[in-house]
Write a protein that binds this ligand. Structure first.
Ligand SMILES: Cc1ncc(COP(=O)(O)O)c(C=O)c1O
Length: 397
């Protein structure tokens, strides 16, 4: 389904979130456009609010299990969207992804063991190893095919994994590898071959591969499809714990309902036992939100992807037209990874905040030469943000 973006789209609407206790909108002073944390300024599909309203009519909100209809829905979603057949007994429901990643890292190996992360990466993944008493081992992603600016023509480069470095990072103490796929903040989708190689290394070293696939339904590329890690490396699937969620896909970060899957019974047992004591239950309403999203939210989602692609293409051109900023085409996510190294050697976050645009600092993810910009907002707001950034740069040029 495609949307003619010359016509008014429902995603064009400005929805005032300033009085909703939104984390995104309260971080910066009034007047600064928040383009940081990964939630979208778009209204969710009305089927979700309807489902929540219906459930709220019942006056009791006791301990709630995942409804069987949701479980079936998720199994159909994995097959239909990702060509991935799962056993429903191998699912475990968690409200948020982050505590689940932490629980997974806690059950892997022993205190003092090592956890590998591919950097730069979504910043909590950098903190988790220490939180669970383990040592973090960074493997830097490498930049391939340098950017060529040729007038307006520009070739996109790609961040990828140096497998020799990755292989050398494994030791007798490696307990887990934390993977963000599609990758936040670089917006890269790994190929089937890359995912296979990662899983094979983990299997060879008896390491838990924690695959955070929260961005799996935000594919902007028209030629690539998300491949679940456990599917790409079927024969090594016993080493993989996958975590998915409708929260990024359907803008439900505050209505927490996510799920973990592993075909390894031993891992599932340890993981669920750990979560029982450290991770809260999914809130009752959130189960209903998730089911409505997965069963009836896909038309909205198609329109969303069209809108995000259009915002992405606009941003890519606008950023690369500047002399001092650049970005590569994203495979997935609504988070642009903007190179600011020509603008300044330190993190440029304060500079852009002073210009009225609130970005996520690259240093947070492990590379101060970049800023992360969330473009899941109306085109008008995005254009205003870009205009402010460009104007600020022109003042110093
Ligand atoms: C890669 C990744 N993992 C996890 C999370 C956090 O998910 P949750 O809010 O469900 O803990 C985010 C949020 O931006 C993310 O980008």
């Amino acid at each position: 389904m495609t949307t003619d973006l010359n016509q008014q789209s429902s995603f064009d609407a400005f929805i005032d979130r300033r009085h909703t206790d939104s984390m995104k909108w309260q971080k910066f002073p009034d007047g600064v456009i928040p383009m940081w944390v990964a939630d979208m300024d778009f209204a969710i599909p009305s089927v979700i609010t309807q489902a929540m309203s219906e459930r709220i009519q019942h006056p009791i909100f006791g301990y709630t299990m995942a409804p069987p209809s949701l479980i079936n829905c998720v199994a159909e979603y994995c097959t239909g969207k990702h060509n991935w057949t799962i056993e429903t007994e191998s699912l475990y429901w968690i409200p948020r992804v982050l505590p689940a990643l932490t629980a997974a890292c806690r059950i892997a190996g022993d205190t003092g063991d090592e956890i590998i992360v591919l950097t730069p990466v979504y910043h909590p993944l950098l903190q988790i190893p220490e939180k669970v008493g383990k040592a973090r081992v960074d493997v830097s992603m490498v930049y391939q095919s340098p950017r060529i600016k040729d007038g307006q023509q520009r070739q996109s480069g790609r961040w990828s994994i140096d497998f020799t470095t990755l292989e050398n990072a494994f030791t007798d103490r490696t307990a887990a590898l934390l993977l963000s796929t599609p990758h936040n903040p670089m917006g890269v989708m790994f190929s089937e071959e890359e995912l296979y190689k990662i899983a094979a290394l983990c299997a060879e070293h008896n390491v838990l591969l924690v695959s955070d696939e929260i961005h799996c339904d935000l594919v902007l590329s028209t030629t690539k499809k998300h491949i679940p890690t456990a599917l790409a490396a079927k024969e090594h699937a016993h080493t993989v714990l996958t975590i998915m969620s409708p929260s990024k896909t359907f803008n439900l970060a505050g209505a927490n309902c996510s799920f973990a899957h592993t075909s390894n019974e031993d891992i599932l047992k340890k993981f669920s036992h750990e979560c029982l004591y450290t991770v809260p239950l999914v809130p009752t309403l959130s189960y209903y939100a998730a089911e409505a999203a997965y069963s009836s939210g896909w038309q909205w989602h198609g329109e969303l992807i069209d809108y995000l692609r259009s915002n992405h293409d606009y941003l890519l051109t606008a950023i690369n037209e500047t002399e001092l900023l650049s970005m590569d085409q994203l495979d997935a996510t609504y988070l642009a990874w903007i190179d600011t190294s020509k603008l300044m050697s330190e993190d440029a976050n304060d500079f852009f905040e002073a210009a009225g645009v609130g970005l996520s600092p690259g240093s947070q993810f492990g590379n101060q030469n970049f800023q992360r910009l969330n473009f899941a907002c109306s085109r008008e707001q995005l254009e205003e943000g870009v205009h402010r950034m460009v104007k600020a740069i022109e003042m110093i040029e």
